[in-house]
Design a protein around this ligand. Structure first.
Ligand code: PRT
Ligand code: ZN
Length: 291
């Protein structure tokens, strides 16, 4: 049996579906077999190891898996020391959330110093401790496994440090955010050691494809015709575009076709501005892949 690359992903939870979607978008066909722990990729020598997210950094550090997809918050919190530190390869653009300090509404906050001597409940004691130390603050960290948001109401703590995405959980518990300790999203990590040269090529191709998928998320291909004289104006309007491709239009001396990849959303307002600047026949197309 020839070797297969192993990618550790979350089995179920907030990152599970998005991780599978990313693999599919990268052209890797996932075979969901009877084996709950291991899914096979049909068209590449890759297996997916489906585990708890908390185990992913250790598995990748230990070499049980070669690559892994995990929240930056989990990676930063790990205090293992036993296995090697996995390398962060790239941010993946999903699973975004912030690790934030929060306290009951009305708490007078004037920066981290306001937390001096208080009790703070969290599931992220290491990341919080680092933040407090960097800010010269000593506080009592209470480590909880979950339901951190109820700690102030139970008088277990004065403040909390927890993940926030929409902020609805904080609000429902009468808490207001004070400061951001860490901005997180899903990241691709890899084993710090050398892997089999054949598998190294497979891993490199996965990374390139992930880059291709993530870099064109939200990007648009914009085409239009315009008088050559207004090109600088048009370049200035196009959101997040590099230098556009400019080609002369057949049968015209001053009209050109302008093609550009825009990294940001292209709104109707942008099209109206382009039109006002002299552009015509403006087309905005989705981009599927980019390399
Ligand atoms: O079973 P396993 O251990 O694998 O999963 P888990 O239960 O530890 O993690 P899971 O599936 O809940 O989250 C996986 C990862 O998703 C986290 O490690 C983060 O990187 C990321 N993520 C993104 C979030 C959120 N958004 C999020 N909102 N993780 C947790 N939350 C919590 C938040 O703390 C709050 O309690 O969801 C609740 C709702 O948030 P609001 O702000 O929208 O109300
Ligand atoms: Zn977990």
């Amino acid at each position: 049996m020839s070797a297969r690359l192993r990618i550790a992903i979350q089995k179920s939870g907030r990152l599970a579906d998005k991780s599978l979607e990313l693999l599919e978008a990268a052209g890797l066909r996932v075979l969901k077999g009877a084996n709950e722990l291991l899914y096979r990729i049909e068209n590449a020598p890759i297996d997916l190891l489906r585990v708890r997210d908390d185990d992913i950094p250790t598995f990748v550090g230990d070499g049980v898996a070669d690559l892994g997809i995990v929240g930056l918050n989990v990676l930063e919190e790990r205090e293992d020391g036993r296995s090697a530190e996995p390398e962060q390869v790239m941010a993946l653009g999903f699973g975004k959330c912030d690790l934030r300090l929060a306290a009951p509404i009305g708490f007078a906050y004037n920066g981290p110093r306001s937390l001096q001597g208080l009790r703070i409940a969290t599931t992220y004691p290491h990341v919080l401790n680092r933040f407090l130390t960097e800010n010269g603050v000593t506080a009592d960290i209470i480590t909880m496994r979950g339901a951190v948001e109820v700690a102030p109401r139970l008088k277990l703590a004065n403040a909390i440090c927890d993940l926030v995405s929409t902020g609805a959980t904080l609000e429902a518990n009468g808490l207001a955010p004070l400061d951001t300790v860490l901005r997180s999203e899903a990241v691709l990590i890899r084993a710090p050691r050398k892997i089999d040269p054949e598998l190294e090529k497979v891993a490199e191709s996965v990374v390139q494809r992930f880059k291709g998928v993530t870099s064109c998320r939200g990007a648009k291909y914009v085409m239009m015709n315009a008088p050559r004289a207004v090109l600088p104006k048009i370049s200035a309007i196009l959101p997040g575009a590099g230098s556009p491709t400019v080609t002369p239009l057949a049968g015209s001396d001053d009209m050109v076709a302008v093609h550009a990849v825009c990294q940001e959303s292209v709104f109707w307002e942008t099209l109206e501005e382009l039109k006002a600047a002299g552009a015509s026949a403006i087309l905005v197309l989705p981009i599927e892949k980019m390399m």
